[in-house]
Design a protein. Structure first.
Length: 160
């Protein structure tokens, strides 16, 4: 069983040493020894499969291996990609740790509940985002229309 630590910075202002320090403290607390550090400078916009994290998860890691991220934002920028990483890791029986948030995703019930809760939150967020733009579009479309009561109702919603 191997233990990996993934460090990612996307700008010159960010510091790998802070991430390394946080991960080392976390690993020492849990007794995870022999960390192999993987450093990456890819942008968060880049899909996780195209970064060193993807190479590590897809090509290098084996069943039972551990990967530690400094924080959730170092995994990926979007919640969807974070969930993809967690799903991939779960399917391949890897353990994912997030040091700053003190979170562990493995095969335990607690990890499954946490991942499910995050997935539900993402779905709600997507729905609200969609509804916002639907109402915005309706407001824009019917803004100057006075033909029917629906147009009036939409215009009233646009005021709110």
């Amino acid at each position: 069983m191997a233990n990996y630590a993934y460090l990612r910075v996307s700008t010159d202002q960010q510091d790998l040493n802070n991430q390394r320090h946080g991960i080392l403290e976390y690993a020492n607390r849990l007794g995870l020894a022999g960390l192999k550090f993987v450093e990456d400078t890819a942008s968060g916009k880049t899909n996780w499969k195209e970064r060193k994290s993807g190479e590590l998860l897809i090509k290098t890691m084996q069943k039972g291996d551990v990967i530690i991220f400094a924080e959730v934002s170092r995994m990926a920028r979007s919640t969807l990609q974070v969930l993809e990483i967690l799903e991939y890791a779960s399917e391949h029986e890897y353990q994912v740790h997030i040091a700053k948030q003190n979170m562990r995703f493995d095969d335990s019930l607690n990890a499954k509940i946490t991942a499910s809760r995050r997935n539900t939150a993402t779905e709600i967020q997507s729905f609200l985002f969609f509804m916002h733009f639907l109402l915005w579009g309706l407001c824009k479309y019917y803004k100057n229309s006075q033909r029917n009561s629906f147009a009036l109702a939409v215009r009233l919603l646009c005021i709110i």
